[in-house]
Design a protein around this ligand. Sequence first.
Ligand code: BGC
Length: 777
Amino acid sequence: MKQLRLKLRLTLPLLIALAGAPAFGQTGTHPTNNPPSMMREQAAREAFIDKLMSRMTVDEKIGQLRLVSLPAGSNPDKPKFMDDIRAGRAGAVFNTVTPKDIRVLQDAAMQSRLKIPLFFAYDVIHGQRTIFPIGLGLASSWNLDAIRQTGRISAIEASADGLDVTWSPMVDISRDPRWGRNSEGFGEDTYLTSRIGAELVKAYQGDDPAARDSILAMVKHFAAYGAVEGGRDYNTVDMSPQRLFQDYLPPYKAALDAGAAGVMIALNSLNGVPATGDKWLLQDVLRKQWGFKGITVSDHGAIMEMIKHGVAADGRDAARLAITAGADMSMSDTMYGDNLKPLLDSGRVSMADLDRATRDVLRVKYDLGLFQDPYRRIGRPENDPPDVNAESRLHRDAARQVARESLVLLKNQGGVLPLRKQGTIAVVGPLAKSQRDMMGNWSAAGRADQTVSAYQGIANAVGGQARLLYAKGANVIDDPEIVKYLNLYEQDVDVDPRTPAQLIDEAVAAARQADVVVAVVGESQGMAHEASSRSDIVIPDSQARLLRALKATGKPLVIVLMNGRPLALGWENDNADAMLETWFAGTEGGNAVADVLFGDYNPSGKLPMTFPRSVGQIPIYYSHLNTGRPFDPAHPDKYTSRYFDAPNGPLFPFGYGLSYTRFELSPVTLSSAEMPRNGTVQASVTVTNTGQRDGATVVQLYLQDPVASISRPVKELKHFEKVMLKAGESRKVSFTIDEDDLSFYNAQLHYGAEPGAFNVYVGLDSEDVKQAGFTLR
Ligand code: BGC
C-alpha cells in the first residue's frame, strides 16, 4: 500500500505538469477567476484578518481552533467553559440551538480580550424544526428544485435559531446497505449525489453567506467514509485510486465548487492513513488540486483517535499530525489546546501551520458577517421567539410536498393501491403510530409531537369515510440485547409488555374484520444511524412473524416500509400485494404516506440505491464492471461470475419505482452518430403517459464506454429529468452529452475521454433501457 501511495504522490504532480491541465479534471475556485469586486472584498478580508492576527497571542490563536459540543440543559462543565470563552479559549460551539442559549455564549465571547465572535453549528441534515425526509428519501424524489427548497427552509429555520453553520451535506457514496449512515446520504450514485450536494450547498448559503438567513455548509465526511469495509461503522477504507477519483471524490468536489465553506474530515483511514492526518488528502488534493480556500474541521474526537489507528504515539503526536496535515479545527477533544504550545516551542509545529489554521477559522467568521455583527443571526432578546417550538415556525406544506415525492412504490399487484376511502382498513405494525421514527435520525430540533405518524396521516385522509382499526402487532425488535444497544443513549425503541403471541393475535383479529391490511413495518430510526451497522438487512424477526400471520388471514396486504437503508425483502415481495418504501419521511410523513396510499398523489419516487435480494450479494451496485466472464441469464454457464445459490441481479434496481399510471419511452434518437472533440451530442426520447392518471416519472440517461484503456462500468448515470405528464400526454426530453460525460481517470490517473464508440441508454430505471450509440472522434 505504501508503494501505491508513493506512486500517487509522485506521479500526480508530474502528470499535471505534463498535461498542462488539472489532472483531476475540475475547475476549482481560484482567486484569479474572480471578478474585480470580489477580489477587492477578499483583499479587504485578508487585510482585516492580518491586522487582527497581529494582535493575537499564541493562546488566542490556539483557542480559535477549538470546537466544543455544548448541548443546552444542565451541564456540569458549563461554568468552566464560560470561563474558557471569556479567556479566548474557544472558536466555535455546536449543539446549542436556541437564540436565547446561544446569546449567553456570544455574550461571553464579547467579554474576551479581542472580542472575536464564536460561530454556532449544528447537524442540520434534513431540516431544523421542520423535518424533511432523510437523505435517501430526498434522493428518491430526484427533484432538485424540491431538494433546494428543503435546504433553503433549513437555512431559514436554523439561522432564526441563531445558528451560522451546518455540518451538511453528507455526500458519502455507499454501496453497502449494512452501513447505518446510508440514511444520511443520497445513495450509491456519484452523479445523483453530486447534483444533490451542490443544490443543498447553494440553498443553505444563499447568494450572500453573510445574509441573516444564510448558513454556511460544511460538506462531509472527507473522504470515502461510505466505503467502510463490511459496512461496519468507523472501519477501514481501502480502495483503488481510480475508484476514489472516479466515484467517491466527485460529490465532495461538487459541493465545494458550489461554494461550500468547509469540509468535515472523515473518521476512517483511507489506504492506511487516517483522513485526519492525511496530508495528501487535505493538502495535495483538497487545497492544491481543487483550490479549496475554506475551513477543515475534524470529526468528533478524530484527532485523538489517531492514537488507536496506530499512527500517533500519544496526544501530542496526534495533534502534530493533524495540524501539519491541515485539520484546522479540533472537534470535541482538547488535543490542540493541550499540545500545540509545546509543539510550537519544540519547533515540531511551525507558526505558519498555526497561522494558516487560525486564518481559515477567522475567514469563516468574516464571511458569516460576524465581525460586523456577532448577533447577526442570534438577534436581540426582545425579538426571541416566545416559543421556539411554535407551530407557526414550521413549513408543513413544503415538507408534505417533498415527502410525497420521496416515496417509492415497489410493488402493486392487481392494482390494490390506491386504496379507497371506504370500508374497513386495519392499520397495524410497531411503526404505524410512531412519531419519533417518522422523523428519522439526525432530526435536529424537530419534535416527535409535531410529527404526523402513518396512522394519523391515514386517519386524516379518510376522515369519517372509512372505519380504521389499529393494532401494534409486534415490537420493532424483540432481542433484549439489541433493544439495550438501541436504547443506550436515548430511548429509541419501546417494548410492549404483552407477549409476541398476544400482539400478533390482536393484529390478526383486526385484520380479519378489515377489507385491507396496511402493515407499517421496518426499522426504528436508531437502527439506521451512526454506529448502527447491521450484519443482516431483513425485517426484524418479530415483525416478519407478524407479516406472516397477517398474510395467513388472506386479506389484501399492503406493506408500508419505514427504514434507512435498502432491505432484503424477498418474502415480502413474494407475499405482499403492494409495497411502498417510505424511508423516514419527516414532520409531514404520515400525511404524505396517506396521499400516496389513497392516490391523492401519484407516486413518482425512484430508488437511489440498489435493493439486494440478500446480504450475501453486497456490495451490489448498478455501475459495476462487466468482468471477463459476465454471467448471462439467457445462456447460464458455470464458469462465469455468479453465485450458484442466488441470482446476480438485485431485487429492485437503482432508479426503479412504480406509478399508478404507465409511462412509455420511444427509441432514443441522437443528433449525430459522431461527436467531435469538445463537441456535444443530443440524445432525445419521447415519454408518454399511456395510463389513466396524471403522474411524474424520471427519465434517466446512462453512458457506457465499452472499449477503453481500463475496464469501465456497464453503465453510469450522466443525466436525468423528472417530468410531470397528464394522462395521455407526451413530451420530448433531450439531454446534451459532452466530453466531460465521457471522461474518466485512466490507469495513470489522467482524466479525459478516449475516442471510440459509446453506448447511450435511456430508461425509467437502470435496467429497463433503450439503447443508441455514437462515436467520439
Ligand atoms: C458525526 C458527524 C457529526 C458530528 C457532530 C459525529 O459523530 O460523525 O457526522 O457532524 O458527530 O455531531
